[in-house]
Design a protein around this ligand. Sequence first.
Ligand SMILES: O=C(O)c1ccc[n+]([C@@H]2O[C@H](COP(=O)([O-])O)[C@@H](O)[C@H]2O)c1
Ligand SMILES: Cc1cc2nc[nH]c2cc1C
Length: 360
Amino acid sequence: MTSLEQTLAAIRPADPQAVADARAHQDRLTKPRGALGVLEEVAVRLAGAAAASPPPIPAPAALAIFAADHGVHAQGVTPWPQEVTQQMVANFLAGGAVANAFAAQVGASVTVVDVGVAADLPPARGLVVDKVAYGTADLSRGPAMTGRQVVAALEAGIAVAGRLVGQGARCLVTGDMGIANTTASAALICAFTGHDAAEATGRGTGVDDETLARKVEIVRRALRVNGLADPAPGMTVAEALRRLAAVGGLEHAAIAGFILGAASLRVPVILDGVIAGSAALAAAALAPDAVDHCVAGHRSAEPGHALALAHLGLRPLVELELRLGEGTGGLLAHPLVCAAVRVMHEVATFDSAGVSEKEA
Ligand SMILES: O=C(O)c1ccc[n+]([C@@H]2O[C@H](COP(=O)([O-])O)[C@@H](O)[C@H]2O)c1
Ligand SMILES: Cc1cc2nc[nH]c2cc1C
């Protein structure tokens, strides 16, 4: 079996007994029932994912920023030059990006993975080079990736998840860097949810009205050229791979692999913004149970992100109108996820603390 096949075969859904135990435990803690709102659901979710109640504290966290370039950049879908991808990789490695500041704030390690940057990068500490191609082909003219490339990028992500967990990470956070990747994200969201290009496409780094209209047209053309009519429910693995290869980026495929790798190891993965959300749709089409191991860190300002999260049934923890990527929104959610789980370990029960219960 290939590493992708092995990973898909190893993914299990949430454990129902751990979910039931975690719910019952929440209700015995010294707080009114449900008083921790969404955080109670997060703790229960992590219990199901870990098949243990209480689940392990999800720390330390490790952020992986998957970087790649996009052939569709040639269609004028972003005002930023393609070199910004490699320049920002250098910035991450030097510790100068927002993701580095947020990672320091929450005690997360940062790994940068070149899965498809359109240039050779000098070796550096913290850089993993697993380059599948020098960027994708233009998704508006045909498939962005070959079948071989999409599997190689998925397996690059699986390998990174396995290495980080092997080094002691107990929570993974997705990150991305790729100029023009919000166009590929919108196309993936349409390809996996059936939403229209105009609903799923947004302003990315902040494009003007004219560029936004062009982006919508490019996404629509990509779906037509690649034969991506409405996705049928219960899509085969082969069709999910075809759709991901047709309009995804190398970083989307690697992030999908990273999610699948985390799920196969029963380690929770916090999703960042629209790039992660669209990659998670591909991961869910390949292995629906993988979603049980995901937490939506935040909801980005990109309109397709809400559509992706709704399709996945995930509720974002943080909503701050972020639209940066890099893993920034996922990192901000990490302390909330830890706090939700810590409650299960440390808060007294009505019995243990001698606190009277609500009168009937
Ligand atoms: O994470 C998000 O939701 C998000 C929303 C808008 C932009 N980005 C980042 O901006 C870059 C892509 O934007 P664009 O306009 O070039 O498609 C890429 O590096 C992403 O990490 C990220
Ligand atoms: C400067 C810059 C930083 C980024 N980080 C993630 N995407 C980005 C896009 C740009 C343009």
